[in-house]
Write a protein that binds this ligand. Structure first.
Ligand code: SAH
Ligand code: SF4
Ligand code: F3S
Length: 484
């Protein structure tokens, strides 16, 4: 399946592509694939839309704000497109799947609308648009529009195409193991935009991981909306997440394996024991709770109670005592009382997450929640709850990081830090950044040649989101350390 051998025969660069990506890791990976595909049609990346022959927006529909921003960006490009009608302007990703033809109604100067399951068609659609065929639409079947098999097939992705240049660092890569979602939480649009849940074949995943390892990738992050629910059934044989981790663990060159996002109900003992027993598996678990109130969880149709969640936390800490757990929360969901919100605050205090992502509820037309509940929490209440929850979480994150003061942690070095880039640091000596096995961010005064190495860093100062450290020069090329 691996397509990478063809990379030796790439055509000369004749055109420029500008691509902007918002949303989750799935979208970042999708953009990487689209860039790889278009490289085969002679496109190379540019950072400026003015210089581009094709402009693509990879969009997200999870909250209204993300969609409004996408439309804003499109309107912003209207004059550029009208002045240069030969430029191709495309909308891809979840908003393309959700809004479909309506995008042409609102922004008629757009040439392509391509859903996440149809991205393999982009080179062909761009060629058509270049030939004058405007308003090309390619979307997957909606969830009521055909047999289960047909719907699934129409949402499949074309993952084997990789482009290391498009990755933030060549040493880390996302690897999709699961497409879509069948959980239908009442607030969430993802099951509509990404289609039914389907695990990819383990052989395909392993082959892709091998290609990544050959390209010098040391850390793979396995992706799925409910990644730990991963299952692949072939005849009599069922492959689960823990089996897959064992298979991937065998691959030489891969040093770290992470996986996101986890579903609380499927955090089994077997999976946790696998993470504990396989040294390459990162003891970092992102398991969104969404709310600390049973009533809210019920309205969200999350399929578990707070007692289930607390039990899961106990299980995690019993099996992997040094695990770092992080969460997502939605505040201001339909009908959320102050008392229910306080239960979420209590959950954060009790679970002491490494970090939490907090979102204000955004009603999504097309979801069950939009249909049956009223979006009745005022914006200022949502905002205040957001701030309150973050304040509690940030205090915990800081306290948690204090434990690392004076400790040595193993870092996968990603490259110069954001600060270094902003300050315009040049030369070999820079402030560098990387992550611990538990996904904690560390910066130190280092050397660009450290990029891609696994390095022991001594922690000297900590904040809620970042730790500062130092590296002893004698330790610049260490063997793999088992420091978590
Ligand atoms: N599959 C993942 C999350 C996908 S979306 C999971 O099940 O955990 C990422 C996060 O966005 C969710 O965890 C949720 O906290 C948030 N989110 C989803 N829909 C939302 C909405 N309508 N309004 C606000 N936040 C939302
Ligand atoms: Fe959305 Fe729920 Fe599926 Fe996550 S599990 S993608 S929140 S429907
Ligand atoms: Fe957004 Fe689609 Fe991801 S809606 S969060 S880009 S799956």
């Amino acid at each position: 399946m691996s397509d990478h051998s063809a990379s030796n025969e790439l055509p000369p660069i004749t055109k420029r592509l500008y691509i902007e990506t918002v949303g989750c890791q799935m979208n970042i990976l999708d953009s990487e694939m689209v860039v790889a595909a278009l490289r085969k049609s002679g496109y190379a990346l540019t950072k400026k839309p003015e210089d581009a022959d094709a402009i693509l927006f990879n969009t997200c529909s999870v909250r209204e704000h993300a969609e409004e921003k996408a439309y804003h960006n499109l309107f912003h490009l209207k004059q550029l497109k009208l002045a240069n009608p030969q430029k191709i302007l495309g909308v891809m990703g979840c908003m393309a799947q959700k809004d479909q033809k309506a995008i042409f109604d609102r922004t008629p100067f757009v040439d392509l609308v391509v859903g996440p399951g149809q991205l393999h068609r982009i080179p062909e659609l761009i060629a058509k648009a270049e030939g004058g065929e405007k308003q090309q639409l390619a979307v997957s079947l909606s969830r009521r529009d055909g047999s289960t098999d047909d719907i699934k097939r129409s949402h499949e992705t074309f993952d084997p195409l990789r482009d290391p240049e498009m990755r933030p660092t060549p040493f880390q890569a996302y690897l999709r193991i699961q497409i879509g979602c069948d959980k239908f939480c009442t607030y969430c649009i993802v099951p509509m935009t990404r289609g039914p849940e389907q695990g990819r074949a383990p052989e395909q995943i392993v082959a892709e991981a091998r290609v990544l390892a050959e390209q010098g990738c040391k850390e793979i992050v396995l992706l799925g909306q409910t990644v730990n629910s991963y299952r692949f059934v072939h005849g009599e044989k069922t492959t689960r997440m823990s089996d897959l981790l064992h298979m991937l663990h065998e691959i030489d060159g891969i040093e770290r394996i992470k996986f996101v996002t986890n579903y609380p109900k499927d955090m089994t003992r077997e999976l946790l024991e696998t993470v504990r027993d396989l040294p390459k598996c990162s003891p970092y678990l992102h398991v969104p709770a969404q709310s600390g109130s049973d009533n809210v969880l019920k309205r969200m149709k999350r399929g578990y109670t707070t007692a289930d969640y607390y039990e899961m936390m106990d299980r995690i800490h019993e099996i992997i005592p040094d695990a770092a757990v992080s969460s997502d929360f939605i505040v201001g969901f339909c009908g959320e009382t102050e008392e229910e919100f306080q239960m979420t605050m209590d959950m954060v205090r009790r679970c002491r997450f490494k970090n939490s992502f907090v979102f204000q509820y955004s009603v999504r037309p097309g979801t069950k929640g939009a249909e049956i509940y009223e979006d009745d929490i005022p914006e200022e209440t949502k905002h205040r709850r957001n701030l309150d929850l973050l304040e509690v979480q940030n205090k915990i994150s800081l306290e948690d990081n204090m434990r690392f003061l004076g400790q040595k942690v193993e870092i996968l070095v990603e490259g110069p830090s954001k600060w270094s880039v902003r300050k315009g640091q040049t030369g070999d000596l820079r402030q560098m950044t990387g992550r611990t096995r538990c996904d904690r961010i560390v910066v130190w005064d280092g050397n660009v040649r450290q990029a891609g190495q696994l390095l022991p860093v001594q922690i000297t100062d900590v904040y809620a989101f970042t730790m500062f450290g130092m590296v002893e020069t004698s330790e610049v090329v260490p063997e793999l350390l088992q420091i978590r």
